[in-house]
Design a protein around this ligand. Structure first.
Ligand code: PLP
Length: 204
């Protein structure tokens, strides 16, 4: 593609190799353990295809589902396909806590590990003993409370987003060279950010 971006499948087929069921980048010899689909603008990746590619190359899937909170692929929520799903609740997202985010997983060991690392990796709640390098990445209670209240409103936000995209489509479809993002029938998007494509972007 024009910007040098290579589709994941082609990159993996041409530029990586398997040794003992581990994926390596041929040129650098580096191990590639994970692949991260980024669902953009409320739309979702073709997850059947994506999971098949990941399996073929022995890669763990961790989804960046930030822009697809409330979006579904074949009835399954974004962020629930891979080992983990990640969501940012920065100020410009469909819901916000002002900053910070969330990891979802059904792997209990990893959930505990994530909690440990984000709460300073303290191995004893009285003594200041850290069993590894930890971080102060906790979502503070006030922000979390805001997130809970926002989450309750998500269905209403999505409903409004659907009205907004319908309005833009009604008004802009067929005007000049304007086209809208294609959404597959498998995807029920949250329509987080309506976008159009046109050659006259700057002028517009
Ligand atoms: C906003 C966004 C991020 C970054 O989130 P921060 O909380 O600002 O770090 C990452 N991925 C996607 C797809 C986003 O939309």
């Amino acid at each position: 593609m024009a910007n040098g971006f290579k589709p994941a499948g082609r990159f993996l087929n041409n530029e990586t190799e398997q040794r003992n069921n581990v994926c390596y980048h041929k040129k650098t010899g580096k191990r590639i353990p994970i692949i991260m689909p980024v669902h953009v603008l409320g739309n979702m990746c073709d997850m059947d295809k994506f999971m098949a590619i990941a399996k073929q190359h022995n890669l763990i899937v961790i989804e960046d589902s930030t822009e697809a909170l409330g979006s579904y692929y074949k009835g399954k929520h974004s962020g629930s396909f891979g080992l983990m799903g990640t969501f940012s609740y920065n100020g410009n997202k469909i819901i916000t806590t002002g900053g910070g985010g969330m990891i979802v997983t059904d792997n209990e060991t990893l959930a505990k590990k994530a909690k440990h690392l984000t709460t300073q990796a303290k191995s004893d709640s009285f003594e200041y003993i850290h069993d590894e390098i930890g971080y102060n990445y906790r979502l503070v209670n006030v922000a979390a409370a805001m997130g809970v209240a926002q989450m309750e409103q998500l269905p209403g936000f999505i409903q409004r987003k659907k009205e907004i995209i319908a309005f833009y489509k009604k008004e802009l479809q067929g005007v000049g060279d304007i086209s809208f993002q294609q959404v597959s029938d498998d995807v029920n998007p949250n329509w987080w950010l309506p976008t159009i494509k046109t050659e006259k972007q700057k002028k517009f």
